[in-house]
Ligand binder design. Structure first.
Ligand SMILES: Cc1cc2nc3c(=O)[nH]c(=O)nc-3n(C[C@H](O)[C@H](O)[C@H](O)COP(=O)(O)OP(=O)(O)OC[C@H]3O[C@@H](n4cnc5c(N)ncnc54)[C@H](O)[C@@H]3O)c2cc1C
Length: 370
């Protein structure tokens, strides 16, 4: 019987495997890819899509199309559990998919504990495709009245979302919105002082309010409440309070790291199950915990591809080397950015130009396989 490879999630760490899916098929393996959307959105360009710098088509990969073109099967579903002993993936619909080898690239989510209602006019920064619904709603509301938008959180995604909302609400026919960031400490607390100063200066220059030391402990549609009892009335709320790995592994009883991510060794392989691999935000790399940035997911690509093939073929595994410092460029939404790598730090149009060039090139490389 043909050996079965399952890719759970078609995220950033599976790009090379997806591009080479035909290699598995040609060797006689059965390949199934499971994901809740026919497309995968590139998060690095997500805020730019919100601000209308990019169209959705420019920032997404046609996962289903590629899988089918390469001879695999795409299942439009959510993985809810992995039965590692029975080697079966359970799906939200109640169906299940068997596997011999599985790789998980299931990403991360924004915790919802402080959201007390449903999500009406409340937008989590993940999944990225939800930013499109936010954009539509803001354009609709903003064409009728002046609205107030709040972003809860102070990290890079909060800053990029705020900057790009500023751009969005400068669209013709839309009233410029009041935008405020409500952050527990300051903005960009985990980044160098120079990055923080540049981000603050850019946002403040455009009238974006930064409310510091704001401990939000309750979010409801239209209102945010701080621990002190102070409230903020907001028409639209974005939640950018950090991310946690997909809860599938905890729910499956598979060993996880302290953050709930799939615990993997240097081969990006589960520490307990030799036929389970993973990459991106959903893993906890036992050797050296990694920041939740797309850079690592992208760097893991060739290792995941190699190790899946090696496990199916019976070859040797390759270790993952996270590499040194990585480049981060933040898109501030006004055609400028902040460039930071080691001691190199600068802001302005050149920074955004470099980011735009790198991001478009990355997209073109993988969209070419469509
Ligand atoms: C607004 C924003 C901007 C960012 N900008 C940058 C940046 O510029 N540079 C950078 O390095 N990092 C950036 N990040 C961080 C980056 O998003 C993550 O590190 C990156 O997305 C991780 O990639 P991933 O493939 O692991 O996860 P994801 O990109 O989340 O992909 C996970 C995939 O799994 C699928 N999936 C989810 N749940 C299931 C399920 N239950 N079953 C099946 N499939 C599922 C999803 O549909 C998706 O295709 C940003 C994050 C945000 C929120």
């Amino acid at each position: 019987m043909k050996k079965k490879l399952v890719l759970a999630g078609g995220g950033h760490a599976h790009m090379v495997t997806l591009a080479n899916l035909h290699q598995f098929v040609e060797k006689g393996y059965n390949v199934t890819v499971i994901g809740p959307s026919e497309h995968h959105y590139y998060s690095g360009m997500g805020p730019g899509m919100l601000g209308k710098t990019y169209t959705p088509e420019q920032v997404r990969f046609a996962t289903k199309l590629v899988v089918e073109k390469k001879g695999g099967t795409f299942v439009l579903e959510k993985v809810v559990r992995i039965d590692a002993d029975a080697q079966i993936v359970n799906l939200e619909s109640g169906d299940s998919v068997p596997y011999d080898v599985i790789s998980c690239n299931l990403g991360s989510h924004v915790p919802r504990d402080i959201i007390k209602d449903g999500l009406e006019d409340i937008y989590l920064v993940k999944p990225i495709e939800r930013l499109l619904a936010a954009q539509e709603r803001i354009l609709e509301l903003g064409s009728r009245k002046k609205i107030t938008i709040g972003i809860i959180g102070g990290g890079p995604s909060a800053v990029e979302i705020a900057g790009n909302l500023w751009r969005l609400t400068r669209e013709p026919g839309v009233q410029p919105a009041d935008i405020k960031i409500l952050t527990g400490k300051t903005i960009m607390p985990h980044h160098p002082h120079g990055v923080r100063i540049k981000a603050q200066a850019s946002l403040k220059r455009r009238g974006i309010d930064i409310v510091e030391d704001c401990k939000v402990n309750e979010i409801r549609t239209g209102r945010v409440t701080e621990a002190s009892g102070e409230t903020h009335e907001l028409d639209i709320i974005f939640v950018a309070i950090g991310v946690k790995p997909n809860p599938v592994f905890k729910a499956s009883g598979i060993p996880t790291g302290p953050d709930g991510g799939l615990l993997v060794n240097r081969y990006l392989q589960s520490t307990e199950y030799g036929n389970i691999f993973g990459g991106g935000d959903c893993i906890y790399f036992n050797e050296a915990p990694l920041n939740k940035v797309g850079v690592f997911a992208v760097r893991q690509n060739p290792v995941i591809y190699h190790n899946l093939m090696a496990t199916l073929d019976g070859g040797n595994l390759q270790p993952f080397e996270p590499g040194g410092d990585y480049l981060l460029i933040f898109n501030l939404g006004d055609g400028t950015g902040i460039f930071h790598k080691r001691w190199v730090l600068f802001g302005g149009r050149l920074a955004f130009f470099v980011k735009d060039y790198i991001d478009r090139k990355f997209m073109k490389t993988f969209q070419a396989i469509e």
